[in-house]
Ligand binder design. Structure first.
Ligand code: HEM
Ligand code: 243
Length: 492
């Protein structure tokens, strides 16, 4: 049977290397066990959410106990939300990328992990994020989202500058009044306004949604992923309710309807394009809604505070280098932020990649083995059977000490130069290497380039306006909560 197994090596960059005999490593059975039914899942869930080391500690303790970075364990939520919590966890940079190889793993309905939220929350449709590339609607839907992200490309930078310029104006007012300003609240409002104006040419403030969309969306997101979140409620309430049962979709139906009405109207030209691609108008509506509200708004809600946190903590010397670089590049382009000016900001680029490495905004990815195979880590090959669920915890891949020096540190210039560039393929926030682009055949994030662009725009905007700034950081259910405590206006 050895011959019929496929060997998946993660450090592999091409098909040739995947089966390269050079990488034959000693075989090892995946260590760890799932414990008895129900009890094992329950114990792992409690440790994951409420254990002393938190989520990171949960995985690190398994690696220590079994002296292995590929282990069996149960992932939350388990019963009664998920049918089967058992996974083979990939906890290093070498084994993780097997999840990107759609010839080896099936991604059907695995977007949120071991359970899929009710399609009642998405207009009755299985939206693209849950669809495997082998399904016939994957390619048309992904094409539609590429269109959504590119058809108004000339509006992205000016709209971003206008909306996020206003955000910093509001934050300056807060600071003048009370000495601090919460970034998250302002970011929620700005993110949705920016997305709709840039990608659809419509300001939600001038629609029946008024300024309510961020609240409606946040609640709707909660109804989908509450089984995965630590909301800081009393343990018995939170675990006994939110992690054990699904919240009834009927309770957000009205909110969802208002969002759908907005996109049905504001998205007309994108929906038209969907029709040309063979996508029914209603299916396009709900896919556009999901891409804008879950993927894009949800992503910005996690990534932008994370960017501000790591930049803020990086300190004055780094701020000075960034401000110098950004202002020189913008001056060289007639005082405008352009794609060309951004291309001439190597430190900004590196600082963005480094934030995406040190804190990947979406930490967990899943894929089901399509056949018996050997998953290769650095030192061992692990036998995996067809049908087993593979799970990757991305922070342990992108902070693998075998790949990255000082892995836990935010090193803004890490990716500069030739040596830095060689590390980029190990940055995998987008469900693929940073050196690759999403295609119609894979599950790499459709928004990859857009996300990197707007993160660079955020850094550029900050350092055009300010020489330096300070932050206070706390944690929230979806990423960091960041309070800005000073903004030092640009002096050069
Ligand atoms: C897929 C992360 C923004 C659209 C993914 C996946 C990840 C991810 C990890 C893979 C999920 C999986 O299959 O396991 C992020 C992060 C974002 C972001 C961290 C922001 C910070 C966006 C944006 C869009 C988008 C702006 C806009 C269209 C998608 C879509 C997929 C996807 C459509 C599924 C791709 C496919 O089916 O081939 N994203 N994303 N994402 N993302 Fe993003
Ligand atoms: O702790 C966490 O990582 C919380 C986020 C759970 C996300 C569920 C799984 C979603 C998978 C990929 C998502 C990609 C995005 O485009 C944006 C995520 C926005 C989450 C609100």
């Amino acid at each position: 049977r050895r011959q019929r197994q496929t060997r998946a090596s993660a450090s592999a960059t091409d098909r040739h290397e995947v089966v390269s005999p050079k990488r034959r490593l000693p075989l090892r059975k995946v260590p760890g066990d799932h414990g008895p039914p129900l009890v094992g899942a329950f114990k792992d869930r409690l440790e994951y959410f409420y254990g002393p080391g938190g989520r990171d500690g949960f995985f690190a303790s398994r690696v220590r106990a079994h002296r292995s970075t590929v282990v069996r364990l149960n992932m939350p939520p388990g019963p009664f939300v998920a049918k089967d919590p058992r996974v083979v966890a990939l906890l290093d940079a070498a084994s993780f990328p097997v999840l990107f190889d759609t010839s080896l793993v099936d991604k059907t309905d695995l977007f949120t992990g071991t359970f899929m939220p009710s399609t009642d929350l998405t207009g009755g449709y299985r939206v693209l994020s849950y669809v495997d590339p082998a399904e016939p609607n994957h390619a048309p839907l992904k094409s539609l989202l590429f269109h959504l992200l590119t058809h108004r490309r000339q509006h992205v930078i000016p709209t971003f500058r206008e909306v996020y310029g206003d955000l910093f104006g509001l934050m300056e007012n807060d600071l003048a009044r009370s000495g601090k300003s919460d970034f998250g609240n302002h970011n929620d409002a700005a993110a949705f306004g920016f997305l709709c104006q840039a990608l659809l040419g419509r300001d939600p403030a001038d629609s029946p949604l008024r300024d309510e969309a961020p609240k409606l969306i946040t609640k709707w997101v909660l109804f989908q992923i509450s089984p995965l979140l630590n909301l800081g409620l009393p343990t018995l309430v939170e675990d006994g309710l939110l992690h054990t049962f699904r919240l009834p979709p009927a309770l957000v139906k009205k909110d969802y309807g208002r969002l759908a009405d907005f996109f049905r109207d504001a998205g007309k030209s994108v929906i038209d394009e969907g029709e040309r691609l063979g996508i029914a108008r209603e299916e396009a509506v709900h896919n556009i809604l999901f891409a804008m509200c879950f993927n894009s708004f949800g992503g910005m809600k996690i990534l932008f505070p994370s960017m501000v946190k790591w930049l803020g903590r990086a300190g004055g010397r780094t701020h000075g280098r960034l401000a110098t670089e950004v202002r020189a590049a913008v001056r060289a382009h007639g005082g405008e932020v352009t794609m060309q000016a951004l291309a001439e900001m190597p430190l900004v680029k590196s600082a963005v990649y480094e934030a995406l490495r040190v804190e990947p905004p979406v930490a967990m990815q899943y894929g089901r083995a399509k056949r018996d195979m050997v998953v290769e880590s650095h030192d061992y090959g692990y036998e995996v059977r067809e049908g087993e669920l593979l799970f990757g915890y991305q922070p342990m891949a992108t902070k693998d000490p075998r790949v990255f020096a000082r892995p836990e540190e935010y090193v803004p210039d890490r990716f500069l130069g030739e040596d830095g560039g060689r590390l980029l393929r190990h940055v995998v926030w987008s469900n693929g290497p940073e050196t690759a682009s999403p295609t119609l055949q894979d599950k790499q994030c459709a928004g990859k380039d857009f996300v990197v662009l707007i993160a660079r725009l955020l850094v550029a905007e900050i350092f055009l306006r300010y020489d330096s700034f300070d932050v206070q950081v706390g944690s929230g259910p979806l990423g960091s909560s960041v309070t800005v405590t000073s903004l030092k206006k640009a002096t050069f």
